[in-house]
Design a protein around this ligand. Sequence first.
Ligand SMILES: Cc1cc2nc3c(=O)[nH]c(=O)nc-3n(C[C@H](O)[C@H](O)[C@H](O)COP(=O)(O)OP(=O)(O)OC[C@H]3O[C@@H](n4cnc5c(N)ncnc54)[C@H](O)[C@@H]3O)c2cc1C
Length: 159
Amino acid sequence: MPKALAFPIMEMQSSANVAWSMYPGLSHGAYSAIHAHGSDEQKATYLPKLVSGEWTGTMCLTEPHCGTDLGLLKTRAEPNDDGSYRITGTKIFISAGEHDLSDNIIHLVLARLPDAPKDVKGISLFIVPKFHADGRRNGVYCGSPGTQNGHQGQRHGGA
Ligand SMILES: Cc1cc2nc3c(=O)[nH]c(=O)nc-3n(C[C@H](O)[C@H](O)[C@H](O)COP(=O)(O)OP(=O)(O)OC[C@H]3O[C@@H](n4cnc5c(N)ncnc54)[C@H](O)[C@@H]3O)c2cc1C
């Protein structure tokens, strides 16, 4: 849908329930990132269900010690032999990071490769699904659900 038509719908959603409108908003962000930068296989796996709403998306940037200054982020991504990556680290404030509104949650996670430069140029983006496409549970867990007044902790330990 062209943005000019989407905006009136978004305004209605936000006016009715801004908290709920975060869910389609974050899914839209995940969709746009994968659509622009994902492989054909990633697009085929993730985009149709993000569009239908069966799966929702997140953006996992913030860590306990860094929000604005993402150059300090510590989450690590180590390559596995099969082409996937093992991600370890802790994120906080992840909106829509854990819930049961959808069958799966597709986290887009900022992390650093072992040989990456120290600043923001060394940050890469990884797709970390709560459930793999074959249904296996990935090792990403919400350690501490929060409210708008509290912290959310999210540990990413999956590949
Ligand atoms: C409701 C809510 C939802 C959120 N959802 C998500 C989410 O889905 N995913 C996610 O990754 N994060 C999320 N966040 C986190 C959000 O992105 C961070 O709070 C934000 O990036 C700011 O980081 P911080 O809170 O650590 O503040 P800080 O980085 O500590 O900043 C505090 C203040 O210092 C200023 N400041 C910081 N560094 C500098 C500098 N070098 N020079 C000058 N001024 C500076 C900032 O402008 C700000 O005014 C959410 C936060 C909230 C409140």
